[in-house]
Design a protein around this ligand. Structure first.
Ligand code: ADA
Length: 565
């Protein structure tokens, strides 16, 4: 499954995944032997490769000719792509998509080989041993698209209100593939959003790329919100000589997010966040969670009264975002980084790799109305001058690419943090009653007081971006000790209530939705080699905390304004 809706009616697409591919591990006990693996999927879910860290080659034959675009939605974590034995692409990072154009492919059968690599080595600055698992394999779909001479690269729709009217600013780019010398083509592009139509007409003389922009003033718009997640489609069609030769369809919503004083306003109303952090992790699927299982997670999350998910600590699958758009779940999406101290941030590839994730994340996810905020660099070196320079650069890049959403970072450096003047929203990961043995209210007072007085965050919106406690599913004792479900439920009751009752706090994200596997090389004493702070376990079985949090979340509405009304 590629998306939850059709993105082309004219351009032909073939998903190459959704079936078995040949797989050959490059090292270990089964080196050079051939297996069949289900795709999309992580090799760790195959019983022989549950702990395989290395390279592995996936192979698939397909038929075709002419110009094609191969899109890889996600390969974990490094992909080297070969077509008929020739390298055509290389991409680092499991959590962002990439694509490659192949021109004038001969008619017949072709071999696509993808070498995936999940090793932790000097080429990898972001995938490192960590408190989550870096899986291996083709973890998201692979698609082949059949192109003619022209194709749409993307479409972005920026929605905003001006003088009481909703506007849609549309940006797209068309690429011209293999046009001969001294040739000329007349192009007509027709676009549509609801009943509004627009078009561009121009002539093309050589192989180039056209960036196009228009702005529509809309009549009678239905706004996207958690309560009524109304989605619109933008449809572009490219005509040449009267014939439709390419198209692109995407979805978006009319909604406005802005920071006003200490509030985040969604369509003018002051938001309250009741959220969970969620890793892409499942014992049966690794990080390659299928549509139905993602949907089931979202149902559990919404049934608990939550209105938001933080995609800790990387960009998520587009199917997840499509579903959040449809269900009205607000998403904090963040680039890929967890707990990188200054020495890690000084890795020669860090800046380049981190920048690429941001570019790919925003370019691909720009239209999702569910994303209301961008996050960066979770718990990295925001207490050092060098760290600060990285935060500065990344915020600058995000703001350059998207001026419609606020940005933030989740800090654990509170009393030493020197970056709180940079983001639009201050976010702190706090663990009173778990790592810090203090009553929650006292700790909130202490941290928030410092942010206001010394931390240069005065007056900005403030979110608790992580709070939680470990609880092993089925673990109980008479004294409600640490690691029991009871301890976790008691801790979360105090944590969530105090955050939502703290008048300066806009909301809270629970760490975390489900228990997740951690990388063995990191471990840090985690029972079962898992992070057990899920309010459901890895099989999504609710722990005692789930119901307790649900009771609390359901007492609070999505907006502060409605409390006053
Ligand atoms: C941090 C971190 C999470 C997780 C959590 C924990 O705040 O951001 O990824 O590791 O702590 O469970 O300790």
């Amino acid at each position: 499954m590629i998306r939850t809706f059709e993105t082309h009616k004219v351009r032909k697409q073939t998903e190459l995944t959704g079936c078995l591919w040949e797989f050959e591990p490059c090292c270990g006990e089964y080196v050079r032997q051939k297996f069949m693996l289900a795709t999309p999927g992580c090799w760790e879910t195959h019983p022989l490769f549950a702990d395989y860290r290395g390279e592995g080659v996936y192979r698939k034959y397909f038929q075709g000719e002419g110009n094609i675009r191969i899109e890889c939605k996600g390969v974990s974590h490094t992909a080297t792509v070969y077509l008929d034995g020739k390298q055509i692409a290389r991409h680092y990072n499991a959590y962002t998509p990439f694509s490659v154009i192949v021109r004038n492919m001969e008619a017949g059968e072709h071999l696509l080989e993808i070498k995936a690599d999940n090793r932790f080595n000097e080429d990898s600055a972001l995938h490192i041993p960590n408190d989550y698992m870096s899986y291996g394999g083709i973890s998201r779909p692979i698609v082949v698209e059949w192109l003619g001479e022209f194709y749409f690269e993307f479409v972005h729709v920026k929605t905003y209100r001006k003088d009481g009217k909703w506007h849609a600013g549309i940006d797209t780019a068309v690429s011209v593939l293999n046009m001969g010398q001294n040739e000329e083509r007349d192009i007509l592009i027709k676009g549509q959003i609801g009943k509004e139509e627009f078009c561009w007409e121009f002539s093309v003389e050589k192989q180039e790329r056209f960036e196009l922009h228009t702005d529509l003033e809309m009549d009678q718009v239905e706004v996207w919100s958690p309560e009524s997640p109304k989605l619109y489609q933008v449809e572009l069609q490219l005509f040449q000589g009267g014939e439709k030769v390419d198209d692109l369809i995407d979805r978006f919503g009319f909604r406005e997010v802005c920071v006003h004083g200490g509030s985040i306003l969604l369509n003018g109303k002051s938001l309250r966040i009741k959220g969970v952090c969620r890793h892409e992790d499942h014992p049966d699927y690794g990080c390659a969670i299928p549509y139905q299982a993602i949907y089931n997670d979202l149902v559990l999350i919404q049934q608990m009264g939550a209105n938001s998910i933080r995609t800790a600590h990387y960009p998520n699958d587009e199917i997840f975002l499509d579903l959040c758009d449809e269900l009205g779940i607000l998403v904090w999406e963040e680039n890929h980084a967890r707990g990188l101290e200054e020495d890690r941030m000084k890795h020669p590839l860090f800046e380049e790799q981190a920048e690429k994730v941001i570019r790919e994340m925003i370019a691909c996810h720009y239209n999702h109305p569910s994303i209301y905020i961008w996050g960066i660099l979770n718990e990295c070196a925001s207490e050092t001058a060098y760290g600060r320079s990285c935060y500065e650069k990344q915020f600058h890049l995000i703001r350059e690419m998207d001026d419609t959403r606020p940005c933030t970072f989740a800090s654990c450096k509170f009393f030493q943090d020197i970056c709180f003047d940079l983001p639009d929203v201050i976010s702190c990961n706090l663990y009173p009653r778990w790592y810090v043995d203090k009553p929650v209210r006292d700790y909130l007072d202490e941290v928030y007081g410092w942010i206001e007085e010394d931390g240069k965050g005065k007056g900005k919106p403030f979110i608790v971006s992580e709070i939680g406690a470990g609880g092993l599913y089925g673990c109980h004792n008479a004294y409600r000790g640490k690691w029991t479900e009871e301890y976790q439920a008691d801790a979360l009751t105090e944590q969530v209530t105090e955050c939502l009752e703290f008048s300066e706090c806009l909301g809270v994200y629970i760490w975390q939705f489900c228990d997740v596997r951690v990388s063995r090389e990191w471990f840090a004493g985690r029972p079962r080699e898992m992070n057990n702070k899920g309010i459901v376990d890895e099989y999504r079985r609710p722990k005692a905390a789930y119901e307790r949090v649900a009771e609390i979340f359901k007492r609070y509405s999505n907006y502060y304004d409605s409390d006053k009304a």
